[in-house]
Design a protein around this ligand. Structure first.
Ligand code: HEM
Length: 419
């Protein structure tokens, strides 16, 4: 018999052991049965693996995201907390830099950083890029058409947001492979709130790559100071930000804006191929794309967990009293399939009314790139669906599998035949 943890006081942690193992390959391939079990049987669950409380119900996740007494913990404690003390001491400069990142900042720093960047990411700026994104997408589709088959993760999903972010920031497109290599060395620390094999190695590698990125960006900043332009980097340089804040802001935008959108687009196409009736409906009615893009994000979004948060004063959410210093995880992947919020949530329904989808987070950390990401995805999904009526999985290649990463949901590859 399963016990719920809907209680207060010392007994609060009588949670259900073994319900959530983020490293379990079965969970990684299909997390939804676990999310459902948590939502139904332990909606506020203390996870030993995460050393914090997991919230899986839609209403609770919304409360967590908007609660003034729940805030971001120090970045160093979250990302370097498992690194041995002597190694962590040697990474102090890196830790100071991490502390300036927007997702790990609280007001007033967060308010200052966000207001500078928000101007560059409003709907008008996104709309201003629409035509150029459409041209870029058509060019990518031409290449896929010529080849008659392709791998959509690398050759399509990845190509769109990376091109966009380089344009927005005003960085030369030819620098992308070098930046990609640096980002590949930096991103493993994002998962460091989970137990990993080599926290010291991951942190040291990420610190060195961040230093290289800083040196690279200093060169670009010097250029911008000589001749300012109309791009984000020029705006950041003119704003009252420190050098570390500028570096981390650009780095965060590249990381937050590319992998997420890459997997948004690729997961969406994979999901459509697995739901041929829904795919046909979208092909027959192109106007459905706005709803379809939101529903595909709800159904198989790339970001299932928000950044961990910390309780600053005792607060009760979902019937559990949280104590100061405790960590809190809002599981938006589970909230997006809560039957209290969505009718038949385990079904893909491209005609579902828009509203209630939490994939872009909420509260003061609400995704800053959401208009851009939605526009990119709408263009990318509708264009490929229209261009290739016979688009299908390539059965000669291995069946698509999900990456072994519980905090960024995406495929390892998506091989398709286009004609
Ligand atoms: C499908 C694509 C995307 C998804 C699913 C997504 C999701 C999210 C989520 C859930 C958050 C909240 C994180 C948190 O509270 O911990 C967030 C924040 C953020 N996103 Fe996105 N994002 C996407 C695309 C983008 C793009 C294209 C950009 C920029 C180019 C971007 C930039 C950011 C930034 C800077 C933050 C931090 C905001 C803050 O801390 O105030 N994201 N995103």
């Amino acid at each position: 018999m399963v016990k719920t943890n809907d209680c207060r006081g010392p007994a609060r942690r009588r949670s259900i052991s073994g319900m959530f193992n983020p490293q379990d390959p079965a969970f990684v391939q299909d997390p939804y049965p676990t999310y459902r079990a948590l939502r139904e049987r332990a909606p506020v669950h203390f996870s030993e693996a995460l050393n914090g409380w997991m919230f899986t119900r839609h209403a609770d996740v919304q409360r967590v995201m908007n609660h003034p007494k729940i805030m971001r913990p120090p970045a160093g404690d979250m990302l370097l907390g498992r690194v041995p003390a002597d190694v962590r001491t040697s990474l102090q400069a890196f830790e100071r830099r991490l502390a300036t990142s927007m997702p790990f900042s609280n007001p007033p720093r967060h308010t200052r950083l966000r207001s500078v960047v928000a101007q560059a990411f409003n709907r008008d700026v996104a709309e201003g890029l629409r035509l150029r994104i459409q041209r870029r997408v058509q060019h990518l589709l031409d290449r896929l058409q010529d080849a008659r088959r392709g791998e959509l993760l690398e050759d399509y999903g990845y190509q769109i947001p990376t091109w966009v972010i380089m344009e927005l920031c005003g960085l030369p497109q030819e620098d992308l492979p070098m930046i990609k290599e640096l980002v590949t060395r930096i991103t493993p620390i994002i998962g460091q709130c989970l137990p990993t094999d080599d926290p010291a190695g991951a942190a040291t590698t990420a610190a060195a790559a961040t230093e290289e990125f800083t040196v690279y960006l200093e060169g670009r900043i010097a250029e911008v100071r000589r001749s300012p332009r109309e791009d984000l980097l020029s705006r950041l340089v003119e704003a009252p930000l420190t050098a570390d804040e500028i570096t981390l802001t650009v780095l965060i935008l590249i990381i937050a804006g590319t992998e997420t959108t890459t997997h948004y687009i690729t997961n969406a196409i994979h999901t459509l191929l697995r739901h041929p009736r829904q795919l046909r409906m979208l092909r027959d009615d192109p106007w459905l794309i706005e709803r379809a893009a939101v529903e595909l994000l709800r159904f198989e979004g790339p970001v299932p967990f928000l950044t961990p948060e910390i309780v600053s004063e005792s607060v009760v959410i979902g019937g559990v009293e949280l104590q100061p210093g405790e960590l809190v995880y809002a599981v938006i992947g589970a909230a997006n399939r809560d039957p209290q919020q969505f009718f038949a949530p385990e079904e893909l329904d491209l005609t579902r009314p828009i509203g209630g989808v939490l994939s872009f987070g909420g509260g003061i950390h609400f995704c800053i790139g959401r208009h851009l990401a939605q526009m990119e995805a709408q263009i990318a999904i509708s264009a490929i669906v229209r261009r290739f009526p016979k688009l299908r999985h390539d059965d000669a290649e291995p069946v698509p599998v999900w990456r072994a990463d519980p905090i960024l949901r995406g495929l390892t590859a998506l091989p398709v035949i286009t004609c």
